[in-house]
Design a protein around this ligand. Sequence first.
Ligand SMILES: Nc1ncnc2c1ncn2[C@@H]1O[C@H](COP(=O)(O)OP(=O)(O)OP(=O)(O)O)[C@@H](O)[C@H]1O
Ligand SMILES: [Mg+2]
Length: 158
Amino acid sequence: MRLTLQTAGDTHEFGLRLAAVLRPGDLVILTGPLGAGKTALTQGIGAGLGVEGRITSPTFVIARTHRAGAAGVPLVHVDAYRLETLDELDDLDLDTDVEAAVTVVEWGAGLAERLAESHLEIAIERRADEVREAVLHARGGDWAARLASLDLPVVSAA
Ligand SMILES: Nc1ncnc2c1ncn2[C@@H]1O[C@H](COP(=O)(O)OP(=O)(O)OP(=O)(O)O)[C@@H](O)[C@H]1O
Ligand SMILES: [Mg+2]
């Protein structure tokens, strides 16, 4: 399904709403070019989960853990843009149990499909000016049902 995100605020709001269906152990992969809004979307998710700490572009650290707030679910934010394969993630030695956290990975396009396990992929495309389009791919699990339950303002089923 495809969503139009007119402004950065829309992207934040989408993250907020998405957070409502996220659970411990979830993996969300964000793809898209530089400045697409991957971090902006992660900030919305973090706000929705109510996690601690400001979510920023981790330039020097590849992964950062945000401690759980009231919802009780921490957020692991990974900027894997520079990683070649997801196997390298295993080598990061995250100081967090990813089974207990929601993990959001910012990823360059073209690599995420190598993943076999259940995850949600969100590809953000830059259109004109501020406008972004998010294409949601439910990969396994019950992602499709969860997305349907969000009742998002979908533009097309693509
Ligand atoms: N509709 C929109 N959705 C998201 N961000 C938008 C939108 N319109 C404008 N912006 C702006 O675009 C920028 C997106 O930056 P952001 O850091 O989130 O991108 P990114 O995909 O994480 O980039 P990077 O590849 O460097 O990690 C922000 O400055 C944001 O305010
Ligand atoms: Mg980013």
